[in-house]
Write a protein that binds this ligand. Structure first.
Ligand code: B3K
Ligand code: ZN
Length: 874
């Protein structure tokens, strides 16, 4: 397979001004007729041929300016493309192709799900529908006519505004859609089938009345309220915070149960995984409700950051994704607790992006090369990309940032641009030189930040020495220092904030200030410091770095006293992590893990003050995860990590049993189910208490069984069932069987049943997972189901995935090999966990490599899986 390089970018040879598409829908033989008004791009070489991407298309006819094109003037390439020789500088190209949506198991292009038609075009799926220069810098105006059987396919949707519909004879009907805004082909969408809509409306602040619709399968319309409410709040928020208004008369969302990712921001017609639309208290957990709000907001925000201003090429992907994640994070922060939102986002970044940045797939936020672009929709492009936008926000402040956004949009509207255009707008709006920040986009790896300090009582000077180092990553050995904004403050020995005055400043500043570390090492000297202070660093996680070497005593102090909730939470986590890693070392030496009374004290303190902010307390109670701990170790030890974490959970559950039980009981819900932040926080706290109680022994497990039986919402039901699934109790089999019987008709709930069992730490889990793979309800073709079992096991169960027999690795490789010919994109995404073999013992590493090699040796492997497996082996 071919490697695509960022440096090889060349503008398109031809531009397409208008696209007229005509679909005659049929599951096995859909005919797509296209009429393209093309013209030579003045910015490109004058002799380049007119080449159109295509993949798996059966060409029926091609006409140039009304005349049939002789075979001699059209070449079909081995890659499926179509090249026209001696094309005029401008003209009309008409093609007609046949495709079979029903046979499209890759779920890219036009496919069917449950008898309905859906498309997914990002990144390169449009070429599976019709011949086209399928690249984001070709922006065109689209009109679309759809014809289909009226009885089986009553609803016909595409991008833009509706522009007529009618009878087509012989039981068929048609509808036409016109999108007034130019767009790249990856934003094209078509949805058609037997769907029902949940309608609402929104009036923009300039008075445009927008019809809102969520389209679902019959029966699902009662579960769309939260998605609609999230959409309306997103539309309002974007007007208020960024001054951005919706720009069409309709906004349609269609939900589909077979989908490769979360959702897709097609212009005016978003397509969503049902997982991010459908929710009711009985079927969705609090996490699901929050996921819906986030993804609805994210896709809506793309209308400006992604659609109106799009990417010049796929290397610029973070231009839209990093920025849009930043926007959805801010939206959620404004809806509830900013501190808890930040904690969750950082937890996610550390769980997924930090390991990626330390592994074989490490790549810059703006990658230099790829084989399959679908492999680069990564935590680095999304989450680290959002962190880099946040760095700019921190550096120039909210007012200049907003001016920068206005400038970015007004300069680049209806264009396909680069990350330089974004940073350039921020720079011009702020008058700050931001060129050093470009390094964050181009350098991979997570910087390590270390701190030393000294205090001189004679001069009352306090010196903080900050040092940075970024470890080498594949293909990038030498690293440059990065500009790192460090939000910080100083505390006195009672925990009170000290005003800070840096040498050279006239007046002291109260509260948090931002130091900019832009060299490898730098001293910051504070004047008039009355006594040795405790520094609080990286408040709000002001940069995506690993802060190292803060002594345990300081972490304990900050966990209690700092004014910044993120630092309080993080100091507690870092303290616990360091302690746990010491116990892992003991276990590795054959000793028993010890117990830290300080951890029990911390839990007791958290419980005592939990009522002030239950959601924060719940975050603080949860011990650092097994993956987080493994990521701190040069060579991981999944068994020892698991043993230590289990031991500590039991100890805390025992030591703090009375307080945990009291909190648990005090939080018992009486009224109806509510989904506001405080109610969610109370449920998380209650279930965090239950988890410790269940870890402590039989009484706790019995309590979980009782909660399972009494639960009236999915959050409490599933939390209890997950604890039972991990325990040795008769309630386990009974609970799992009952849950299955109750929910077997509901795909999204059944996914949870698969995941819980895949993540169990009980002995025999690998065999159980193999049995679930053979279960009649398992369906490899459905990406949600495949991820619920295979992905949950490989990413969510380090203990059994890394079983020293290698059976966990073998299961994953078997599944990837089976899935790859069906859906290469989803298969490739599952390979990741096998790539971390360098961080395992040599023997395990060898077993992992053997499985990667087996994947690689599979005939006709997709280029996505080839790229993942071959890079992992390097
Ligand atoms: N832009 C889509 C992701 C497309 C993934 C293609 N493999 C969803 C999003 O980020 O909003
Ligand atoms: Zn996105």
């Amino acid at each position: 397979p071919k490697t695509i390089r960022r440096g090889d970018y060349a503008p398109p040879a031809f531009l397409i001004d208008t696209v007229d598409l005509d679909f005659a829908l049929d599951p096995m033989a859909t005919i797509v007729r296209s009429r393209l008004a093309f013209r030579r791009n003045p910015a490109a070489a004058a002799d380049a041929p007119l080449r159109l991407d295509g993949e798996g298309l059966t060409l029926l006819e091609a006409r140039l300016d009304g005349e049939a094109l002789p075979e001699s003037r059209r070449q079909l390439g081995a890659d499926g493309s179509l090249t026209i020789t001696d094309a005029p500088d401008a003209g009309i190209l008409e093609t007609s192709v046949r495709i079979a949506p029903e046979r499209n198991t890759a779920l890219s292009g036009l496919y069917t799900s449950g008898g309905n038609f859906y498309t997914q075009c990002e990144a390169e799926g449009f070429r599976r529908i019709t011949f086209f220069p399928d690249r984001p810098d070709v922006m065109s105006r689209y009109s679309v006519t759809i014809t289909a059987d009226r009885a089986r396919v009553p609803v016909l949707l595409s991008n833009g505004n509706p522009d007529g519909s009618g009878d087509a004879g012989e039981g068929r009907h048609w509808a036409r859609w016109v999108d007034p805004h130019p767009k790249p082909s990856y934003l094209f969408a078509l949805v058609a089938g037997d769907l029902v809509n949940v309608p609402d409306s929104f009036t923009t602040r300039s008075g445009r009345k927008v019809a809102l619709n969520i389209w679902v399968r019959r029966g699902d319309e009662t579960r769309c309220g939260h998605a609609m409410d999230s959409l309306i709040r997103s539309m309002k928020w974007d007007e208020e915070v960024f001054g951005l208004e919706y720009d069409l008369d309709v906004f349609n969302i269609a939900a589909v149960s077979d989908f490769n990712m979360g959702a897709m921001e097609n212009k005016g017609l978003n397509v969503f995984n049902t997982k991010y639309v459908l929710a009711s208290p009985e079927t969705a957990t609090d996490g699901d409700w929050q996921g819906i709000e986030t993804v609805i907001a994210h896709e809506y925000f793309h209308n400006w950051t992604g659609n109106r201003v799009t990417c010049r090429d796929w290397f610029q992907l973070s231009l839209k994704e990093g920025l849009t994640v930043f926007r959805d994070q801010e939206f959620t922060a404004d809806q509830g607790s900013r501190a808890v939102k930040r904690i969750r986002d950082v937890r996610g970044l550390r769980a997924a992006q930090f390991p990626e940045d330390a592994g074989p797939m490490a790549h810059p936020v703006r990658p230099d090369s790829y084989i399959e672009i679908d492999n680069f929709y990564t935590p680095t492009v999304y989450q680290k990309g959002a962190e880099v936008v946040r760095l700019l926000h921190t550096r120039i402040g909210p007012v200049a940032f907003r001016r920068g956004m206005d400038l970015y949009i007004s300069r680049n509207d209806n264009q396909a641009v680069t990350i330089e255009d974004f940073v350039g707008a921020m720079q011009d709006a702020s008058g700050t030189d931001l060129t050093p920040f470009m390094r964050w986009y181009d350098q991979a790896g997570t910087p390590e930040l270390t701190v030393e300090d000294s205090y001189d009582p004679a001069t009352r000077r306090y010196t903080l020495t900050l040092r940075q180092r970024t470890p080498p990553t594949p293909g990038q050995v030498e690293k440059q220092p990065l500009p790192i904004p460090v939000a910080m403050g100083l505390l006195d020995d009672t925990g009170a904030a000290l005003p800070t005055r840096l040498a050279g400043e006239n007046a002291a500043q109260p509260g948090t200030r931002v130091l900019l570390l832009d060299g490898a090492v730098q001293d910051f000297v504070f004047e008039d410091v009355p006594a040795p202070p405790v520094p609080s660093l990286l408040r709000g996680f002001s940069a995506p770095v690993r802060l190292k070497g803060v002594p345990q005593e300081r972490l304990r102090f900050l966990a209690v006293h700092d004014s910044d909730p993120f630092v309080r939470w993080d100091s507690g986590q870092q303290y616990a992590a360091a302690f746990m890693l010491e116990q892992v070392a003991r276990v590795q030496r054959g000793e028993a893990p010890g117990f830290a009374p300080a951890l029990a004290d911390a839990v007791a303190n958290t419980l005592a003050s939990a009522d002030a902010d239950p959601a924060f307390a719940a975050e603080a109670l949860v011990l650092p995860g097994e993956g987080f701990l493994a990521d701190q170790m040069e060579v991981a030890d999944p068994e020892a990590i698991h043993q230590v974490r289990r031991h500590l959970r039991r100890q805390i559950g025992t030591h703090c049993g009375a307080a945990l039980l009291a909190t648990y009981q005090a939080l018992t819900e009486t009224g109806p189910y509510r989904i506001d932040g405080r109610s969610i926080g109370r449920r998380s706290l209650r279930n965090a208490c239950l988890a410790y109680l269940a870890a402590a022994g039989e009484d706790g497990v019995a309590l979980a069984a009782a909660q399972y039986r009494a639960a009236t919402n999915m959050t409490d039901q599933l939390a209890a069932l997950a604890l039972l699934a991990d325990a040795e109790t008769p309630a386990r089999e009974a609970g799992l069987a009952e849950f299955h019987a109750k929910w077997r008709g509901d795909d999204l709930v059944l996914d949870k049943w698969f995941s819980i069992q895949a993540m169990s730490s009980r002995p025999g889990t690998i065999a159980a997972v193999r049995a679930l793979y053979a279960h009649p309800d398992f369906d490899l073709k459905n990406p949600n189901r495949a991820r619920a079992l295979i992905g949950a096991f490989a990413s969510g169960n380090p203990l059994h995935f890394h079983d020293s027999s290698g059976e966990g690795y073998r299961f994953l490789a078997d599944a990837v090999i089976a899935l790859d010919p069906i859906n290469g994109q989803t298969a490739a995404r599952l390979i990741g966990p096998l790539g971390l073999w360098r961080r395992q013992w040599v023997e395990r590493g060898a077993l992992m490599r053997r499985e990667l090699q087996r994947v690689l040796d599979t005939p006709n492997l997709s280029k996505g899986s080839f790229e993942k497996a071959s890079k992992a082996l390097q």
